[in-house]
Design a protein around this ligand. Structure first.
Ligand SMILES: Nc1ncnc2c1ncn2[C@@H]1O[C@H](COP(=O)(O)OP(=O)(O)OP(=O)(O)O)[C@@H](O)[C@H]1O
Length: 306
């Protein structure tokens, strides 16, 4: 395994407030690690520590084996960082901005034009080099933020809520780009959106009040095909098991059931089968994914909106 980031016993206090406590984190090449948590859980603090923008109160961070606190310049050479709001200058053109960032990254002068062209190409900005940043849409600003983060081809990319504020099409494109970038790098991103983490990450760390509550691989092998059904009147669960689309059924109450559908069938097949059996269907809703259930079990439904 090629370990890119290792954080041990990482903590950060703000006065008396403990924003992050005893976090252990490990990122391998090719991996996308998602930090998931409600507002104020400590995600941004964690990412700012890992990117060297904030000093830890305690603990150690190694980037490709280099101590980030003791050798910040050497370690940061391997890091690309996209903060929640990309640091853009609206009065500059895309090319000017990326050239400026390449100089800040101390890329050799002769390598700058090619690095800018490659970053633009990877982020779908080929046609936009001459545009003023002030005139870019939110999605394109985010792409530009990502382009500045990958200019120097870092081994580690740290992305703070990368799809925040994007429309669904832009979101999908950016997720595709993140997966593509992960082919030869390691990526840590934060999000408070469960589907986002499920769509793009291999591992998830759930943070709650600054502590890691779960660190686990994401199961992508089989999408859940479980549904919650409420009928107008009580029914024995065995009767449901006889319906063609139903692979498994479990009673949650006299008229409420959790149903697992057979492969190749969907909720419309289930609804049709229930109606054909002259059952009074009151509600049919997708069951929460495993990650969603875990999140709610660990953190509590009320914190989701906190
Ligand atoms: N500079 C600071 N000074 C004081 N407290 C801070 C500072 N930065 C963060 N905090 C506190 O640390 C805690 C964690 O904040 P953080 O921004 O890391 O959470 P988050 O998970 O990124 O939240 P969000 O999803 O809202 O961005 C919060 O209670 C926040 O108020």
């Amino acid at each position: 395994m090629d370990t890119l980031v290792r954080a041990t016993a990482l903590s950060r206090q703000f006065g008396q407030h403990s924003a992050l406590s005893d976090v252990e984190l490990c990122l391998e090449r090719g991996q996308v690690l998602g930090l998931l948590g409600a507002n104020g859980a400590g995600k941004t603090t964690c990412l700012r520590l890992l990117s060297g923008l904030l000093a830890p109160t305690a603990g150690r961070i190694e980037i490709l084996g280099i101590d980030l606190v003791r050798q910040p310049l050497a370690a940061k050479r391997h890091l690309g960082y996209l903060p929640e709001r990309p640091p853009l200058y609206p009065e500059l053109r895309v090319d000017e901005y990326l050239t400026y960032c390449a100089r800040l990254q101390r890329l050799p002068r002769r390598a700058i034009a090619e690095a800018v062209a490659t970053a633009k190409q990877r982020c779908g900005l080929d046609e936009h080099g001459r545009r003023l940043i002030a005139t870019l849409s939110r999605g394109y600003r985010q792409r530009l933020g990502l382009a500045q983060a990958i200019l120097h081809r870092p081994a580690v990319l740290i992305l703070d809520e990368p799809t925040e504020g994007l429309d669904p099409v832009q979101m999908r494109e950016l997720r595709g780009l993140i997966r593509e970038l992960a082919q030869d790098a390691g990526i840590i991103l934060s999000s408070h959106l469960l589907p986002e983490v499920q769509a793009v990450c291999d591992r998830v760390m759930i943070l709650h009040q600054g502590r890691v509550r779960l660190d686990a691989a994401i199961q992508t092998s089989r999408p859940t095909n479980r549904w919650r059904v409420q009928l107008g009147e009580p029914l024995a669960v065995e009767a449901l098991k006889l319906l063609a689309p139903v692979a498994e059924a479990q009673a949650l109450g006299s008229n409420r059931f959790q149903i697992e559908l057979c492969e190749g069938t969907n909720s419309a097949d289930l609804a049709r089968a229930l109606l054909l059996a002259e059952l009074d269907l009151c509600e049919l809703a997708p069951e929460r994914s495993d990650l969603e259930r875990t999140f709610f079990d660990l953190i509590g439904a009320e914190e989701q909106h906190g």
